[in-house]
Ligand binder design. Structure first.
Ligand SMILES: [Zn+2]
Ligand SMILES: [Zn+2]
Length: 177
């Protein structure tokens, strides 16, 4: 795949001119972006844009990551998906090539004249993936008695699985966002 592994910023000029800024607008694909409940498909395009700034101590990368996640709805077990937009602000410290590349706390490292954002993008997407996705905020889920999917219609069971008070709360949380 031609898009793979293209989260690379050239920093030759930034390193020569402290205080200078360069903008970037990258897109690519990554594998292994997966939790038990949600994931970003390997073919999904991940966009990363922002600025790289030459600061004391390294290169400060500020921007945002945008992509689409998919997963299993926690109520109806159907497909859930959504757009994620993650703001990022990370300092990259330069290490001599050949030195062990480490990530200490919030700081990433690079060597040579390029910064590869892939590891940071991976970390951020994994942190942002929903742990308990919903297909829609209004999802009615499955009937507790017969297991029918209530989004497609009522199953005829006696018990009323939807508590309207909880439905109202869903709307409130939605508006709070
Ligand atoms: Zn659902
Ligand atoms: Zn039922």
């Amino acid at each position: 795949m031609s898009f793979k592994h293209s989260f690379i910023i050239g920093v030759t000029r930034l390193r020569k001119e402290p205080g200078s800024v360069a903008s970037f607008d990258l897109s690519g694909q990554l594998s292994d972006l997966k939790l038990s409940s949600s994931y970003v498909e390997e073919v999904e395009l991940i966009e990363v844009d922002g600025i790289a700034e030459s600061v004391h101590g390294g290169i400060l990368v500020t921007g945002r990551i945008m992509t689409t996640w998919k997963g299993e709805c926690r109520r109806c077990l159907g497909l859930a998906s959504g757009i994620m937009e993650i703001p990022v602000r990370e300092l990259y410290e330069r290490v001599e090539s050949g030195a062990d590349v480490f990530s200490e706390g919030d700081t990433y490292t690079y060597s040579g004249d390029v910064i590869d954002l892939s590891e940071m993008v991976k970390d951020q997407v994994l942190l942002d993936l929903p742990l308990a996705p919903l297909c829609t905020e209004e999802c009615k889920g499955l009937c507790a008695s017969c297991g029918a999917e209530l989004n497609t219609g009522l199953c005829g069971c006696d018990n009323q699985p939807i508590d309207l008070r909880w439905g109202a709360l869903d709307v409130l949380t939605d508006e709070d966002r």
